[in-house]
Design a protein around this ligand. Sequence first.
Ligand SMILES: Cc1cc2nc3c(=O)[nH]c(=O)nc-3n(C[C@H](O)[C@H](O)[C@H](O)COP(=O)(O)OP(=O)(O)OC[C@H]3O[C@@H](n4cnc5c(N)ncnc54)[C@H](O)[C@@H]3O)c2cc1C
Length: 614
Amino acid sequence: MGLFGGRKTVFVDADILVIGGGMAGCGATYESRYWGRDLKVVCVEKANIERSGAVAQGLYAINCYMGMQWGENQPEDHVRYARNDLMGLVREDLGYDIARHVDSTVHKFEEWGLPIMRDPKTGRYQREGKWQIMIHGESYKPIVAEAARKAATEVYNRIMVTHLLMDTRQKNRVGGAVGFNVRTGDFYVFRAKAVIVSAGGASHIFKPRAVGEGMGRTWYAPWSSASAYALPIQVGAKMTQMENRIVLTRFKDGYGPVGAYFLHLKTYTQNGYGEEYEKRWYEDTKALVGDYIDRHPVPTCLRNHAILREVAAGRGPIRMVTKEAFQDPHKETVGWENFLGMTIGQAVVWASQNIDPKHINPELTTSEPYVMGSHATCSGAWASGPEDYAPSEYQWGYNRMMTVDGLFGAGDTIGGTAHKFSSGSFTEGRIAGKAAVKYVMEKGRDQPEVSEKEVRDLQKTIYQPLENYRVGRNEITAGTVSPSYLLPIHGLQRLEKIMDEYVGGISTNYMTNGVLLQRGLELLAMMKEDMSSMGAEDLHQLMRTWELHHRLLASESVTQHTLFREETRWPGYYYRGDHMKLDDENWHCFTLSRYDRNTGQWAMEKAPVYHIID
Ligand SMILES: Cc1cc2nc3c(=O)[nH]c(=O)nc-3n(C[C@H](O)[C@H](O)[C@H](O)COP(=O)(O)OP(=O)(O)OC[C@H]3O[C@@H](n4cnc5c(N)ncnc54)[C@H](O)[C@@H]3O)c2cc1C
C-alpha cells in the first residue's frame, strides 16, 4: 500500500473549530453554541471527549470557586492570591475575567448532575480550602462532555490535529487545521473561520522520575503532549512565560495530590528525622527572593524550595504525617476516597508497597517539571484581554485571541493566568467561545481561504514516518534499532534527556545556567534535523511521532524563555545558577517569544506587568 492508499481525505467546514475537547474545549464548544445559535461548531479531539484530558479519571475537588453567593471571596481576592503565588507575575485582567465568571460555571456543573458536597451545618458547598470545593467527581468529565456533545454540530473523536492552516489572502490569519484519525488513518482537513486551541498542557518534556516500565506514571496526563503550544508556535503566535514550568510536591511514585491532605485532613510534613524543616530555610530563601517569602500563603515554589534544600542537606525523605489524622475513621475514608476518585494509581502504589497511611507516614517527592497554564504556573500563548478591563497594551482584538487573527485559546493554552484549574479552564473556554462567535459574526462574508498545495504538502509530511518505517525496516536484522529511522520512543527519551540535563530537570536538581541552556539549544537543533527520519510502525506510532514534534517545539520555546529570563524568579521550580536571585528591578515583567518557522529563529522581548488590583 502506498503512502495514501486506502485512506480517505475528509473535508470539514466549520464556523468555529475547537481543537481539544478537555475542560476548556468543552466550555468553548458549549458557549459557542449559546451565542452562535446557527453557527457550525465543530470540536476535534485526539481521544474521546467522554474521558479525555487531565480530568479523564475524575477529580475530588474543584479548585477554583469564589463562593460569591455567600460572600466567601471576591474575584479581586483570587487575583491577589494568584499574583502572590506566581511571585508577582500574572495577567491580572485575564485572571479577574475568569474569577468573575467561574461561579456560574460551577453552578452549571451542578445543574448538569455533578454531585457537589455540602457542609451539613451551613448548607453551602463543602470547602476543602479557601478556593477549593469538594465533589464526588468520578464522572466529572462525562458530565461536562455531555453538555459539549449536545452543543456541538459535530464532535470528531480520535483525530490528532498536527498543524494549523493559514489564510492565503490575509497574512497572519488562521484558516483551519489538519490532522489524522488515529484509528482509521483518514486525513482530515478542517476549514474554519475561527479556531480555538484548547489542547491541554505538556508532560514528558523533561525526563520523568519513573522510567522504563513505569514511564507512563507521571503527574500530568501522559497524553498531554504540548499541542496547545506547538500549534500556535508553528504559525507565529506569541508565547509568554514558557520558562515558568511547574514542579509538584506529591506522594511518591503515584503522584497522588496533597491538597485534600493539607487543607481538609490537616496533615503536615516533616523530614526523615521527624523534624519540622520549613522554618530552617527561611533566611536562605529570603536571601534569594526577599520579601516574597513573607507573603501568605507561602508561594508554592518556595515550599518546594525548602523541601529541595532539606533533602540536599541529607535529611530526607520528606514525609506527610498521616498517622495522626487517619485515627479518625471519617478522615481515613476521605483520605482513601480522595485517590479512588481521581488518582487510583496512588492507592494501588500504597497497597503494593505495604503503606497503610494509618500506620506509616508516606513519602513525598518533587516531580519532574511540566509545562502548563492552568495550575500553579502560567505558561502559554499571549492573549488579548477583556474589552472592559484589560489595559490597552493587552488588547489588540477579541478577548482570548492570540497574536494571530482568528486564533483563540483557553485553559492550559493561555499564558499569564495561573490557578484556573478545571472550573477556570472551562470558564476560559466559555469566554473564548463567546469572543470567537463575535469575531465570526463581525467578519461576515470575509472568510479565510486555505491553500490546496499546503494541504497536500502537509498530508505528505504527516504520513511520511509510515513510509520511512516501511522502507527502513528491511535493514533490521534483529531488535528495534534501525540505521535509517528513529522510533518515537527513542526520540522522546532523547528529548527528555536533553531537557533534564540542560534545562533544569530532576537530575541536576532543577539547576541550569546560560552555558547549559545554550548547549541545550544546540542539541535540540540537532534533534530537529533528525525529525525528518522518524519511523512509525503503525497509526499509534504515527500519533506518537507527531506528539514528539509538538513536544520538541514546546521544549525549544521553554529553553529560549529560560535563557532569556536572567534571574531565578521561582526557586523550587528551577534555578539559574548564574543568576541565583530574584531580580525585580530588571525582570518584573513577562517574557514573550515569537517563532519564525521560515528561519527557525526566535525573537524574544519583555512585556510589562500591569497591577490593576491593589
Ligand atoms: C493530576 C492533576 C490533578 C488535578 N487536580 C485538579 C483538581 O483537583 N481540581 C481542579 O479543579 N483541577 C485539577 N487539575 C487541573 C485541571 O485538570 C486542568 O486545569 C484542566 O483539565 C485544564 O483544561 P484544558 O482543557 O486546558 O486541558 P485538558 O482538560 O487536559 O484537555 C486537553 C484536551 O486536548 C486534547 N488534545 C491534546 N492534543 C490534541 C491534539 N493534537 N489534537 C486534538 N486533541 C488534542 C486532549 O486529548 C484533551 O482532551 C488537575 C490536573 C492534573 C494534571
